[in-house]
Design a protein around this ligand. Structure first.
Ligand code: PLP
Length: 375
């Protein structure tokens, strides 16, 4: 769902996406951009189009995302990580040429039944090596092989799994354990004569765990310039990545707030000095979290303006006393940057996520639901 009526603008720099992908291609020549959830809020079809020719495969989550992408004109291989959920999904595997990750015997049985009419199908297999969400256990690999041998219309071409702790450098041992459980599943399939692509690493796994790189990387958050090591130091390539999303909203009114006056619902901020405030046209209805009340900042003309009081449904107020005091004008119609923006006031995804009490993934997905424009 896109929020259509508001004044927020999300700007996506497609060159930065291409740049970030190329940074990861220094690690591996086969990088699969993960563009699920509307490309983490950056736009499914737009991002795929921008990366056309740069990647052989794109990954999405659900099969219906893959169908949307196929119908937008994408001709590359599309890998739906979450497997078929319903009848429409199964039909789309053939109709929209979707490769998906099967992780339960019931799914394989249904696909084998349909293949009798629909013909052969390339499939992916998902193994649960430690995330404990979806997939076969590596111990079940022999059973999977036996089923596939008995149902040759299903042709496994990809084996995947997801790392639970790749973003925590101190817990490398757990990543190694997952990698070795993954190898066990891959070896079983290859030992049975199946020529499968082994695909394990996400952004953090690609950067920090060479042993997880296998035949391809799945690049999600760092494609968008986000740091997967939230709360910890960047590892490896981090400093080369460029965030692609910037978000701004209009200044609606600028006025004085006298010392001792409260502002916004609940007067949770009371001015400690005679101040100047700018009212900004963004609020929680635009997915700008109410949790940013009294903690977040915006960037106006390259300078920081702290949020005063509660973030409301469509507005919030910020302190521009110091910006005006330096002689920089702030007037209605100016843009206030919630993410990115000019000069020293640049707000990084990590910083915004920190004030918000979340991770950059959620910041991108939520703010990205607003109207977007592309550079
Ligand atoms: N693979 C799967 C199965 C995922 O769920 C995700 C993201 O959640 C990714 C890959 C990409 O991970 P990241 O965004 O950390 O690179």
């Amino acid at each position: 769902m896109t929020i259509e009526y508001n004044k927020l603008k999300v700007r996506v720099n497609l060159d930065n996406l291409r740049h970030n992908l190329r940074v990861f291609k220094k690690l591996h020549d086969n990088v699969i951009p993960v563009i699920k959830s509307d490309a983490y809020g950056h736009g499914l079809a737009e991002v795929a189009r921008a990366l056309k020719g740069e990647a052989e495969t794109f990954a999405v989550g659900f099969v219906n995302e893959a169908s949307l992408l196929r119908r937008s004109g994408c001709e590359a291989r599309i890998f739906a990580l979450l497997g078929p959920q319903d009848e429409a999904d199964y039909a789309a595997l053939w109709d929209d040429r979707v490769l998906t990750a099967f992780g339960q015997m019931g799914q394989l049985e249904e696909a084998a039944r349909l293949a009798q009419d629909r013909g052969p199908l390339d499939i992916g297999l998902k193994f649960d090596t430690g995330m404990r969400r979806l997939g076969f256990l590596p111990e079940e690999a022999d059973e999977v092989v036996a089923f596939l041998k008995a149902n040759p219309a299903l042709n496994p071409v990809m084996v995947t799994s997801h790392l639970a702790l790749a973003d925590e450098p101190a817990r490398k041992e757990a990543v190694d354990r997952q990698a070795s459980r993954f190898s066990r599943a891959v070896d079983t399939l290859r030992g049975a004569g199946f020529d499968v692509e082994a695909n394990l690493a996400n952004s953090a796994g690609s950067m920090g765990h060479e042993a997880c790189r296998h035949d391809s990387l799945r690049l999600g958050i760092s494609l968008y310039g986000g740091n997967p090591y939230y709360g910890t130091e960047w590892a490896g390539l981090g400093e080369d990545l460029k965030p692609a999303m910037e978000v701004s909203a209009p200044v609606m009114q600028v006025h004085a707030l006298k010392k001792g006056e409260g502002i916004s619902y609940g007067w949770t901020h009371v001015a400690e000095r005679d101040s100047m405030v700018a009212v900004i046209g963004v609020g929680y209805a635009d997915n700008y979290s109410r949790g940013l009340s009294n903690t977040g900042q915006v960037n106006i003309a390259g300078r920081r303006a702290p949020i005063l009081g509660r973030v409301c449904m469509q507005m919030c107020a910020v302190d521009v006393t110091d910006i005006l005091g330096e002689g920089t004008p702030v007037v209605p119609g100016d843009r206030a940057w919630l993410l990115g923006g000019p000069g020293e006031g640049y707000i990084s995804p990590d910083e915004l996520a920190g004030w918000w009490g979340t991770i950059t993934y959620e910041v991108f997905c939520l703010l990205g639901m607003n109207p977007r424009e592309y550079l």
